[in-house]
Design a protein around this ligand. Structure first.
Ligand SMILES: C[S@@+](CC[C@H](N)C(=O)[O-])C[C@H]1O[C@@H](n2cnc3c(N)ncnc32)[C@H](O)[C@@H]1O
Length: 323
């Protein structure tokens, strides 16, 4: 496998956000919930070693639902990094099996890797003609072509609109259901032919007409928002006090869900109206957004120029302040 497996985004920002928690801990545990090509895992290990050269050993557990990612990571990470084939939906069970009650830092870098997109046979891309699969974990679940085999126009319209923000959703869904494509090439052609002329003009030459349809189907096939919801519910409770959770989002649906969950976790209780209770006398929130992360961290111009895929990325961070 090549060194171009995946170029990680916001590496410096991830290290700056997570290392302070790791250096404070007596028995630090780092969980990379989306190992991919292990770029972030390696960077966090190096940042910890540099910040605390004589500190306790950092235990690292890295999971991915894609076995190709784990095979790539195995070649790159030290032998004592624990690689686990699992969806991060099952984070509590993974930690329990590893004998870890709570982690010091957890990272999730959402979405797909460049390797998944660029490997035509995985069926994620309209650049190649291949069976329409799109599963990050091809060992389970329903492929995109199985999904399209008996979906209704109404349900597909909803998927294209909600997950792809596709304004031509109904036209495109009607055309797809008439053909029920089983390959990426046919799907791309059907979408391009169905899209209205004004919509095509709006996208211009830079964006393929099928981009949003492919994104929407990928999100649905992999239940990406359901996975994220499960992680956002479980991960904060699996942090040690002083531990931090970082989530890198790539589109507004992921970012909105993360932002809303973090603001619910960190919201201070308000005194009941009419009662003589001061806000400071109420229980303090158990989670805080560390200083400087209120808006999250976004890539600088140099990173966007070097890695255009980073353009829409944003790192959001929350810290567990109290048991
Ligand atoms: C953007 S890449 C991560 C790249 C990685 N941070 C690196 O430095 O190479 C996303 C990875 O997360 C994995 N992934 C996505 N959703 C997942 C989930 N729910 N559970 C576990 N892994 C997931 C994908 O298979 C993919 O390998």
């Amino acid at each position: 496998m090549s060194s171009e497996f995946h170029r990680p985004v916001l590496v410096r920002e991830v290290c700056e956000a997570l290392t302070p928690a790791l250096v404070r801990a007596e028995a630090p545990v780092f969980v990379d919930a989306t190992c991919g090509g292990a770029g972030h895992t390696l960077a966090v290990l190096a940042a910890y070693a540099a910040a605390r050269p004589d500190g306790p050993k950092l235990r690292a557990i890295a999971l991915d639902r894609d076995e190709e990612a784990l095979a790539e990571a195995r070649q790159k990470v030290p032998a004592d990094v624990e690689l686990v084939h699992s969806s991060f939906r099952h984070l509590p069970a993974v930690l329990e099996a590893a004998g870890v009650a709570a982690a010091t830092a957890i990272l999730a870098d959402l979405g797909v890797s460049s390797h998944q997109l660029d490997t035509g046979a995985r069926g994620f891309s309209f650049q190649a003609d291949a069976p329409l699969d799109m599963r990050m974990d091809p060992s389970r679940g329903m492929s995109a072509s199985q999904l399209l085999a008996d979906i209704s126009v109404g349900e597909l319209t909803r998927i294209l609109r909600d997950y792809g923000e596709e304004t031509d959703a109904s036209r495109i869904a009607t055309a797809i259901v008439a053909v029920r494509p089983t390959t990426t090439g046919v799907l791309a052609k059907v979408v391009a032919a169905a899209m209205s002329a004004p919509q095509r003009r709006k996208l211009g030459l830079r964006i393929h007409p099928a981009t949003r349809t492919f994104q929407a189907l990928r999100i649905r096939v992999n239940d990406e928002l359901g996975e994220l919801d499960a992680l956002l519910s479980a991960a904060p409770e699996r942090l040690q006090v002083g531990g931090r959770l970082g989530i890198i989002t790539f589109h507004s649906l992921e970012d909105r869900a993360t932002k809303q969950r973090f603001s619910a976790l960190t919201r201070a209780e308000q005194p009941p109206p009419g009662l003589p209770i001061a806000a400071r006398d109420l229980p303090q929130p158990r989670f805080v957004v560390p200083a400087g992360y209120r808006q999250g961290a976004a890539p600088g111009d140099a990173e966007v120029a070097a890695n255009p895929r980073s353009r829409s990325s944003r790192l959001r961070v929350v810290e567990r302040a109290l048991p």
